[in-house]
Design a protein around this ligand. Structure first.
Ligand code: HMG
Length: 418
């Protein structure tokens, strides 16, 4: 029998400040309902230059190792998925290894493909373990990013920042991955990109939504074909997608998860053996079902609605939010997960929630991390956004967290909160 592989534990890190999106809308002369209902967002994380991608990643890993009492000598791989690294050559993962004093006997690297980079790292780690090459060792995969479009842009209310650290092992207390069922879809498109040297992303916003939905369809259909062949799902009185207890999506803004879910349902309704018995209009109407969205998706979005887009970490923040809310009820049930990265690449995969998930999530305590945040005014958010990235304010990090202290001779120095 194949050994199970998947996510044993997770931890999150978020910037210490956030802005209320209804207040931001009013400051921009926009109806607050556009941000809160049209985009589905409540709050947005506001970072300062001291909370860069390295600091957020190291803070998440530090919390993961501490709260789950991970023996660092068990770790054989450290991968950081990010699209907002701090150097063209030295990986974020190498900084994290040094800051956490992790063993030298590890494979250490970053993975990049826009928001898909974290999933690329997770799959490399899971398949390394599943292949037997890990010889019993675990991997730490960190998704860490800062989503930045700039002041007064259409993308402004879809910014955010944070990190999620995942412990991947043969003891998948949170989620045992269905290794080998993944479906992928990638295309060469310019929907969202960030030319070298720019802090702000360039985006063709409405086109990026189309690319996301098209890539989702390809990835989901690929997964469904394999899942049907392995009798993980079947065509019957319910569609294959309806047989997943919950479906988690990449969440650039919460309303996108609703659009994604409609698209996934449409794939099933169009491809169902009895599709010819319904009209295209009827299928489109059925795909939009609010009941299905509420039952399968809504409960995963609580953290995303309060943090915003975290690029590589968005999907895993949804996983953290879902398991925080529902891990007891979901034990033994299968989840579907859709990762999307502009450019573009997407992957649909699945996994079964572990019996120990509730105990693991109780130790993770994401609510306590969120509760420590401080709400700032729009004026303070704008001040922080205008600070140069290489001049962090002299603030003490919270205990166990990290901050960038200075950059001297092009070398970054970080401090840890005592
Ligand atoms: P926009 O043009 O300002 O907004 O940009 P809109 O006019 O499309 O309105 C947004 C929604 O609000 C619409 O809902 C409106 O109807 C509604 P929809 O029709 O789409 O369901 N609305 C209102 N609702 C209630 N009351 C009102 C009201 N007014 C309007 N008064 C856009 C929106 C998302 C395009 C913009 O914010 C943007 O460019 N964001 C960044 C790009 C992005 O997030 N793309 C998502 C897909 S690509 C992706 O996920 C990858 C990414 O994470 C990067 C990576 O991979 O690294 C971005």
């Amino acid at each position: 029998m194949k050994k199970p592989v998947g996510i044993e534990a997770l931890a999150i890190a978020v910037p210490r400040r956030y802005v209320d999106l209804a207040e931001l809308a009013r400051a921009r002369g926009v109806d607050p309902a556009k941000y809160t209902s049209g985009l589905g967002a409540r709050e947005m994380a506001v970072y300062d230059p001291g909370e860069d991608t390295v600091a957020l990643a190291a803070s998440a890993v530090s919390r993961l190792l501490r709260t789950h009492q991970v023996d660092a000598s068990r770790i054989g791989m450290l991968v950081v998925g990010t699209e907002t690294g701090v150097d063209h050559s030295k990986p974020v993962a190498s900084h994290v290894q040094g800051l956490l004093k992790l063993p030298r006997t590890m494979r250490v690297y970053d993975t990049q493909h826009a928001c898909y980079g974290g999933t690329a790292g997770l799959m490399a780690a899971a398949e390394w373990i599943a292949s037997g090459a890990a010889a019993g060792r675990s991997a730490v995969v960190v998704c860490s990013d800062i989503a930045r479009y700039g002041l007064n842009t259409a993308g402004e209310p879809t910014q955010g920042a944070g990190a999620v650290a995942l412990l991947v092992s043969e003891q998948p207390d949170l989620l045992a991955l269905d290794v080998g069922l993944n479906g992928s879809c990638s295309m060469d498109v310019y929907d969202f990109w960030r030319p070298l040297g720019r802090r702000e992303a360039v985006v063709d916003g409405h086109y990026s939504i189309q690319c996301y939905l098209e890539a989702l369809s390809g990835a989901y259909r690929g997964w469904r074909e394999r899942a049907l062949a392995h009798e993980v799902v079947r065509w019957g009185s319910t569609t294959p997608g309806e047989q997943l207890a919950r479906i988690l999506y990449h969440v650039p803004f919460c309303k996108m998860a609703r659009k994604a879910h409609t698209q996934l349902r449409l794939c099933d309704l169009e491809d169902a053996p009895n599709a010819a018995t319904t009209t295209a209009e009827a299928r489109e109407e059925l795909a939009k079902s609010s009941a299905s969205y509420e039952a399968q998706v809504a409960s995963s979005l609580s953290l995303n609605a309060r943090v915003g887009n975290v690029y590589t970490a968005s999907l895993y923040l949804a996983l953290a939010g879902l398991l925080h809310a529902e891990s007891s009820a979901l034990a033994g049930q299968r989840l579907g997960l859709l990762s999307y990265g502009s450019g573009c690449a997407s992957e649909f995969f699945s996994g079964v929630v572990g019996a120990q998930a509730a105990q693991r999530m109780a130790r993770t305590d994401v609510e306590a991390v969120m509760a420590r945040r401080e709400r700032v005014s729009v004026e303070e958010y704008e001040r922080l956004m205008k600070l140069p990235g290489d001049a962090p304010e002299a603030l003490a990090p919270a205990p166990g967290e990290f901050r960038l202290a200075e950059i001297r001779d092009h070398k970054r120095r970080y401090v840890e909160g005592a």
